[in-house]
Design a protein around this ligand. Structure first.
Ligand code: F0G
Length: 379
């Protein structure tokens, strides 16, 4: 008989480190367990001796890291008797909320910003049967409205202010440590609302703590949800480096940004909900924040697709864009092991991908024309 190896999602896998009971009904689509891909060609392009891995979160069931948090948030919402969930979203959260609500048989309401949402994400929310409400305002306004609505209507917020979201998302750090056999030296990650950078830090701290590293103080991130609430730790943890798009970079400005703008619509956020926690992550980990221009972000997205065969959405490429700059300048030294989180799949935003690619060649349907087109492009 073959050995049974069916993967049944991250709650099943990390059940002992997540706030679930033996009889909790788990709402899962098999999320997590995403590939950690070692880049072969980009370090050569940079001319630096570094190990860069990308954690390809775009291969989650709805195409982004949001599924990790959503399996937890929806599982708990259902356990607590909720019949409806709500979120504000730049797109990916709404896609995940819609899918997991469909799986659970409950209702999803999603508030999305006017116009600035990638087509793939909108298609997902609509297809899964969510009630999609487009507001004449940006994500930050949507977030404010969601918080207000939730005080008056029986709906559970599933944005990352829901502590279960971060609990699910922390498992990405577990997977990385398990695969590398240690934490990386640097973990580079795009920052919007700053939930994911916080969740990764919780994950690294817990893993380190569970491995018996030195405990230095109370865990200040998890709102008592984690099973290692006894202490945060020093030891086998990376420096956390958060990159923002220049037009939406409140962590660089040191204050909220009222009119954020970037082509990387997923991180078009001026009022991050996890503001205080993200500053703490930076300090505790000895990391930093930096910003990337839209041009740098798109160039990194293209380079990754062309040189490594990995297609991520623009916001995701912010981690690699920033890491490449910091590797080139030596801020991230040679000899380092670096993990860049690629938060969402490139197919989420086909418009941007097509716009920045060489146009398709239209030729007559004859052997001669096709041969001509091939020969003209032979290296
Ligand atoms: N990358 C992608 C592809 C995202 O969709 C998001 C956030 C982030 C990065 C930033 O993560 O907010 O935890 O710092 N998207 C949210 C959404 C806001 O509504 O889908 P963060």
């Amino acid at each position: 008989m073959p050995f049974r190896t069916r993967y049944t999602g991250l709650i099943d896998k990390y059940r002992d480190r997540l706030p679930v009971h033996d009889d909790t009904r788990i709402i899962s689509l098999g999320e997590g367990n995403t590939p950690l891909i070692r880049l072969n060609n980009i370090p050569r392009v940079l001319g630096k001796d570094v190990d860069i891995y990308v954690k390809y979160e775009g291969l989650n069931p709805t195409g982004s890291f949001k599924d990790r948090g959503m399996t937890m948030a929806v599982t708990k919402a259902v356990e607590e008797g909720s019949k409806a969930i709500i979120c504000a979203s730049t797109g990916n959260t709404s896609a995940a909320a819609a899918a997991y609500a469909a799986r659970a048989g409950i209702t999803a309401f999603v508030l999305i910003p006017d116009g600035k949402i990638a087509l793939g994400k909108l298609a997902q929310a609509m297809m899964h049967g969510a009630t999609v409400i487009q507001i004449k305002g940006n994500f930050d306004k949507g977030m404010q409205l969601v918080k207000e609505v939730a005080t008056e209507a029986p709906v559970t917020i599933v944005n990352s202010i829901n502590p279960y979201r971060l609990q699910g998302q922390k498992t990405a750090a577990f997977e990385i440590v398990e695969e590398l056999g240690r934490a990386p030296d640097f973990h580079c990650i795009p920052v919007g609302n700053a939930g994911n950078i916080t969740a990764h830090w919780i994950g690294y701290c817990e893993y380190s703590s569970a491995s018996g590293d030195h405990v230095t103080g109370a865990c200040s991130f998890c709102h008592g949800q984690c099973k290692y609430a006894g202490g945060a730790v020093v030891g086998n943890r990376p420096k956390m480096v958060g990159y923002q798009a220049s037009g939406s970079a409140p962590f660089m400005r040191g204050k909220m940004v009222d009119d954020p703008d970037t082509l990387a619509t997923a991180i078009r956020i001026g009022h991050p909900q996890s503001w205080d926690m993200a500053w703490k992550v930076k300090e505790e980990s000895g990391g930093w924040f930096d910003e990337c221009s839209d041009d740098e972000i798109l160039a990194a997205q293209k380079l990754l697709a062309e040189k490594e065969g990995v297609f991520c959405e623009p916001a995701s490429a912010t981690s690699l864009a920033g890491a490449m700059r910091d590797i080139t300048s030596g801020t991230i030294p040679e000899g380092s092991t670096i993990v860049c989180t690629l938060t969402g799949h490139g197919l989420k935003d086909p418009d941007i991908a097509i716009k920045q690619s060489t146009p398709v060649q239209a030729v007559d349907a004859t052997l001669e024309e096709v041969k001509k087109a091939i020969l003209a492009n032979m290296e």
